[in-house]
Write a protein that binds this ligand. Structure first.
Ligand SMILES: C[S@@+](CC[C@H](N)C(=O)[O-])C[C@H]1O[C@@H](n2cnc3c(N)ncnc32)[C@H](O)[C@@H]1O
Length: 275
């Protein structure tokens, strides 16, 4: 692949998703796009770059972008945010008017483990939430992971990563060597395609936002833009969780860290009843 072809594909992907592809990702491009080359009967990545220049190649550019996303996820990933959430949800439930659901957003949800982890936390906290309904919204740019998230079926390997056996038995049933989360947990979650670079205002306000392990793939201006858009959708007393390698520091002053809680943020100057 010529450097020009690499630059063209990388620019397309960045413009569409924010994902930054540095020249050291050349081999990743070759392996992840091999399937598309075969399907499209293209000889190599130079031929793909050429095809992408055709204005009618929009679906192909989307497929290329999706193939270059990293979809790694696990149940109760990093543990701490879910422990913190157990303290946050009762506080928010007490602060809301009767009948108003608590809205949680798993932005860049991948295959849904994060959203379903929130559903299990909420179910176990039900007595402390005073019957408050939860709406869990999972979004991602990649269609394939969303289909998997909606199905709610996970491999043995996936349920062994972070999901306590007690919750596996309580919330899942085994089907031909795979594990299906129960209909009640699925009913709490809704999964839709959404690009974090798009207009997020249509999603409404959220009490809690998880946006973890996606900003690491963006450059600083894109991180700033996405963090600003997320801050605008976060309730004044709500909480934003970022991944372990992510921060708002040096990127935006619209969000501030919650004291003593790594990875948890609130809107700057918020009413902030810290949990
Ligand atoms: C590594 S996964 C993180 C999954 C989950 N949040 C977690 O921490 O376990 C990153 C996800 O971000 C999604 N993604 C990448 N760029 C995106 C964008 N611009 N808008 C929405 N989702 C995006 C990818 O498709 C991928 O599923």
């Amino acid at each position: 692949m010529t450097p020009e072809s690499f630059d063209y594909i990388a620019a397309q992907v960045k413009q569409r998703s924010g994902l930054l592809l540095t020249p050291d990702k050349r081999y990743m491009l070759e392996s992840r796009l091999a399937g598309i080359l075969k399907r499209e009967a293209l000889a190599d990545l130079d031929a793909l770059a050429l095809r992408l220049r055709d204005p009618r190649a929009n679906p192909l550019a989307e497929a290329v972008t999706e193939a270059l996303t990293t979809n790694e996820s696990s149940f109760f990933r990093d543990g701490k945010p879910f422990e913190h959430l157990k303290r946050v949800l009762p506080r928010l439930a007490a602060a809301r008017t009767p009948g108003q659901p608590l809205r949680v957003w798993s932005a860049a949800c991948s295959t849904g483990q994060e959203a379903y982890s929130v559903a299990m936390v909420a179910d176990e906290l039900a007595p402390q939430l005073g019957g408050r309904r939860l709406e869990i919204f999972g979004t991602d740019i990649a269609q394939e992971v969303l289909t998997r998230a909606r199905d709610g079926v996970f491999s043995q390997f996936e349920v062994q990563r972070g999901l306590p056996v007690r919750q596996l038995i309580k919330y899942f049933t085994q089907e031909q060597g795979r594990w299906r989360i129960n209909a009640e947990m699925r009913g709490l979650c809704r999964f839709e395609r959404l690009n974090l670079l798009g207009d997020l205002r249509g999603c409404g306000k959220f009490d809690v936002i998880f946006c973890r392990n996606v900003l690491i793939y963006f450059d600083p201006p894109t991180k700033t833009r996405v963090l600003g858009a997320l801050a605008a959708q976060l309730a004044p007393d709500g909480v934003l969780y970022l991944g372990g390698a992510e921060t708002v520091l040096g990127l935006t002053d619209r969000l501030v860290p919650l004291p003593g809680e790594r990875g948890a943020y609130e809107v700057a100057g918020a009413l902030a009843a810290t949990a």
